[in-house]
Design a protein around this ligand. Structure first.
Ligand code: ADP
Ligand code: ADP
Ligand code: MG
Length: 461
């Protein structure tokens, strides 16, 4: 196994990766920006190396500086986490040049899946059903308008290079199409450096389900069942769970089968996720959405029901070991639910809540609760990065237990100095509709005036 690993990330995911490294006896190298000098991931690493100013483009997105840190610290491998450089070719190319192992899948898989257009072509070629729409090379407004009329409204304009819920626009009527196209293009160019778009029919009652894949460099490939991620705001996940509630065995099998087909055409060889939208109005008909060629934020719920450490498998695969598990030895039991804890004010349009922590305490050894956090008592929440600061996972023998445990975990986790969405998360978990089929419209439907947090609830957290 590797002796020393550099983690090219920050926050909870950097701390999560280090936890596995400590268990496996791998030394860790953290990198950090100026804003993160007092952060938890720096405190927990064996070695920490500054890589620049606070803005991500001057630090966590600088493959050259990360590579210099890897070389000077003697790291043999780099784990990219999620976001930042995890799905960019720049880092994997620098790794190859410098003979450092990139903990992720092969380059061709990252390259193909980085484009939603290309990934849909590959899915179709593999016999996987995609959301009906347009994803060809002709990007002229005339052609796109003609295709939009064919697809019908509402539809989504998606940036081919988009991600993280960014670069998507819903168009409700034809008259809005060309102005929205123009905006979407300009945004895509500014944010992702690529103005290609695709069009998709908008599924009106969508469920977001995804399948975890794990592969090795010897042709081994398995799936680790599904995750349900339908509770979202602005196309971003808020609560995830495994297994999915109200999912027929027949649709589940189709998801696994489609995900495995995608994995095989990509010669997939590390952790990855195949995402689908299901049309709740059409018997949960699944459509391929995209592949994320990295560890995902919500990987923990899969770990809790399978007993498998996905970061360990990532490291072993990257090191060249064959998978120690086969499809028929993987089983799942129980239920896990994850809440993303964001430093934000949901009742004020989710604006970020910034500041230095006054107090921070995690519940100690609570049964059925796992906390993956990037915070410690001296943390500062700055405006430079994502607002997600921690994840609270509840698990148990069934969904009711997992729900109770995640609620207890949220109530016990003490964060003072910044505001969080904890009260909203608790309102969602206790809402009667949380027991029904979940769709991505959940928050709009059940909190139509936006989340209003009662003062009594706020005071508790
Ligand atoms: P997951 O599917 O694991 O929940 P998300 O899509 O929410 O992942 O993204 C995880 C993180 O990566 C978020 O911080 C998100 O902002 C970031 N991210 C993912 N893809 C991109 C991208 N193409 N551009 C910018 N940020 C991205
Ligand atoms: P990203 O790369 O930003 O994660 P995705 O294509 O995975 O983009 O879509 C993100 C979310 O947007 C999905 O989880 C889903 O909620 C919504 N979405 C995407 N495509 C559709 C669609 N065709 N109809 C309805 N909702 C969609
Ligand atoms: Mg996605």
């Amino acid at each position: 196994m590797f002796k020393r690993l550099l983690i090219a990330n920050r926050g909870e995911i950097a701390c999560r990766i280090m936890r596995t490294c400590r268990r496996l006896g791998i030394e860790t190298v953290a990198v950090y920006s100026q804003a993160d000098a007092n952060s938890r991931h720096v405190a927990e690493a064996d070695v920490a190396i500054p890589i620049g100013e606070s803005s991500a483009s001057d630090s966590y997105l600088r493959a050259d500086r990360i590579m210099a840190a890897a070389l000077s610290s003697g790291a043999q491998a780099i784990h990219p986490g999620y976001g930042f450089l995890s799905e960019k070719l720049e880092l994997i190319d620098a790794c190859e040049t410098n003979r450092i192992v990139f903990v992720g899948p092969n380059r061709a898989a990252i390259a193909a899946m980085g484009s939603k257009i290309e990934s849909k072509h590959m899915a179709r070629a593999a016999g996987v059903l995609c959301v009906p729409g347009y994803d060809e090379e002709d990007q002229s407004p005339e052609r796109l308008l003609k295709e939009a009329q064919q697809i019908g409204f509402p539809l989504l304009i998606k940036a081919s290079a988009g991600g993280g819920g960014k670069g998507m626009r819903r168009v409700n009527v034809e008259a809005e199409f060309l102005p929205m196209l123009d905006m979407a293009r300009r945004e895509a160019l500014a944010s992702f450096g690529d103005d290609r778009v695709l069009l998709e029919k908008y599924i009106v009652n969508p469920r977001h389900l995804e399948v975890q894949l794990m592969g090795d460099r010897h042709g081994g490939l398995v799936h680790l069942f599904e995750r349900e991620c339908s509770i979202q705001r602005r196309f971003q996940k808020v609560i995830e769970e495994a297994p999915a509630n109200h999912l027929s065995a027949e649709v589940a099998e189709r998801l696994y089968e489609s995900a495995m087909r995608m994995g095989r055409v990509m010669n997939y060889d590390n952790a990855g996720t195949v995402e689908f939208v299901l049309d709740a109005d059409q018997g949960d008909q699944p459509y391929f959405l995209e592949v994320n060629t990295r560890l995902q934020v919500e990987h923990g719920v899969t770990e809790m029901i399978t007993g498998i450490d996905l970061v360990e498998l990532q490291l072993r695969s990257a090191y060249g070991e064959a998978l120690s598990i086969s499809q028929d030895t993987i089983s799942r039991s129980g239920w896990a639910i994850e809440c993303r804890l964001n430093a934000e004010e949901p009742e004020h349009d989710y604006r970020a809540s910034l500041g230095t922590l006054l107090a921070y305490a995690e519940p100690q050894r609570m049964a059925g609760v796992r906390i993956d956090s990037g915070l410690h008592a001296s943390s500062e929440v700055t405006p430079y990065y994502d607002s997600m600061v921690a994840k609270v996972i509840g698990f148990g023998a069934n969904r009711a237990q997992a729900t109770a445990h995640v609620q207890a975990g949220l109530k016990q986790l003490r964060i003072e100095g910044v505001l969080t969405n904890a009260a909203l998360l608790l309102q969602i978990l206790t809402h009667p509709a949380f027991e029904d089929v979940l769709t991505t419209r959940f928050l709009d439907q059940h909190f139509p005036d936006g989340p209003h947090i009662q003062e009594s609830m706020r005071r508790q957290h």
